[in-house]
Design a protein around this ligand. Sequence first.
Ligand code: GLV
Ligand code: MG
Length: 312
Amino acid sequence: MSERSRDLPRRSCLAVPGSSERFLEKAPGIEADMSFLDLEDSVAPLEKEAARSKVINAIKSLDWDDRVLCVRVNGWDTKWTYQDVIEVVGNAGERLDEVMLPKVSSASEIIALDLLLTQIEANAKLPAGHIGIEAQIETAQGLINVEEICAASSRLEAIVFGPADFAASIEMPVLTGGVEIPDYPGDHFNYVFSKILMAGRANCIQVIDGPYLKIRDIEGLRAYSQRSRILGYDGKWALHPDQVQLLNEVFSPTQEQFDRASDIVEVYKNATETDRKGAVMLGDEMIDEASRKMALKFLSRGERAGLVRSKT
Ligand code: GLV
Ligand code: MG
């Protein structure tokens, strides 16, 4: 895994089609936590090979500040994967943090990519283990195997849900993936969101929700992205620059939550260390060790989002 990017925020993960020089050039100016330069489904088959050098050129020549920088290669069920990886990772240099592998159906696909990366790193004089992996779960088989997939390599930094391909894989009767289905009484993906989240958290990697395809419906995105945020996801994909700011907001704690979390940690520390008590009242609520653990998550996310405690 890439030491640099593993813990960086991924509230907004912007997809950039690798075949478009225009979109590649615009991407660094969009304030996404992560940009991934795509060689997979946003690139037409006839443009796949030419896109590789465009992506390499963009990685090397543009200023990507300190965001997570990733390339999505084509899946192992195509003829492009190994050449995508060899050409891009072999030539992009150290600024590339990660490779995203789509449609992962078993742990062996991650192991194969890990082995390939190890050889490329040695030949390209990259630090050993520099390139991290993000794995997309977007098939029924992938979901069944998600626990083994998340444990397959120390290079894994994030597990990512792909709702559009997933809906196709399970034959869900929808024509737009990753949006609400008002006819369904509840959240049609709740099981999927939860299963992926458990596998990711059990292996200490970030957990990311995929695209919301109605790109002009910003309020719809706000409502829909609350589902995965409330469960505990770290961030979500953006397909358009207009989605980025909203996602940065939705996946950050509010100032009020951050301040409350700071109070919990402080009051609990005093209670345990000075007064030797395991539980104490804060306002009208009893707090204990579990409260501290919940609060620490808000603090680390808030700090990653640049929040500081308000003056009291
Ligand atoms: C993303 O790749 C998706 O299929 O939703
Ligand atoms: Mg997909």
